[in-house]
Design a protein around this ligand. Sequence first.
Ligand code: NAP
Length: 286
Amino acid sequence: MELLDGRKVSSELLEGLEKEVLELKRKNVHPHLTVILVGDSPASRVYVKHKKKACEKIGVLYEQLDYKAEEMDTKKLIAKIHKLNENPRVYGILVQLPLPDHIYEPEVIRAIEPKKDVDGFTAYNLGKVFLSTEFEDLPPATALGIIKLLDYYKIDLVGKETVVVGSSNIVGKPISMMLLNRKATVTTCNSKTRDLKSHTGRADLLVVAVGKKGLITEDMVKDGAIVVDVGINRDDDGKLYGDVDFENVSKKVSYITPVPGGVGPMTIACLMENILTACKRLNNIN
Ligand code: NAP
């Protein structure tokens, strides 16, 4: 079994991006990300901290707008986003999800200018992922991170029997589509899938993005499979777990991502890549 080491691969990616930022700065272009955080979810605070750290590491200007849940509503948030859309210094806008219940998330995401949508969550950028690899300009960072991790380990996707468990708009659907674009044969499962094991058990490549600790057990995975665990589940003791029973599943697979240290760092690195992509496009730099 070999680990798909997201820490190692992401740090190599970040080194390359740091050089690109220097190049851009030489051209007097200063990549700038604005993150909007509403409320005080501890998990969201941890995620934005990682994003800030990565921006600082590669030289991207990072600005964070913090709002208390009670001082923000859908209309006010959309007005803030419109201002950022118009601000020529801002090349990336990221609204940290989930938003508090009283704010209507789809409307908020819709307000983001697609060219600055570095999360790749607007209908425009998600729609482009449907077309072909050629149009994957700003894909959701987690899906891009998974593709880059598999590429790094030279895992051939053509004709690969692939099962994705989870079909959210931000992970399950885009990664299914991006794998399909690369000619994998993809089955996507959701909470209503009957007999999950009959699907996961025939996967040569299994991607799991659900958010349930230990959902995928050893008996549900084929011998020699490649397993990508996207899930992040925090135990009472604060320890992180994936959706896959790593200890037992890792004994029978060919490759597996650890949690932490797998998809998580790849997501952050690919977010940085999306920021630079957006910045270059907005400045007409190839
Ligand atoms: P989500 O929006 O809650 O979606 C979960 C998906 O799992 C849904 O499609 C749901 O089906 C499906 N599901 C639920 N129970 C299931 C079951 N028993 N069998 C099969 N499918 C089931 O979550 P998400 O945003 O996609 O995130 C998924 C996990 O990945 C979470 O743990 C999240 O924290 C993690 N995550 C990690 C990263 C990273 O960088 N590592 C990034 C993003 C998310 P329905 O559609 O039928 O409800």
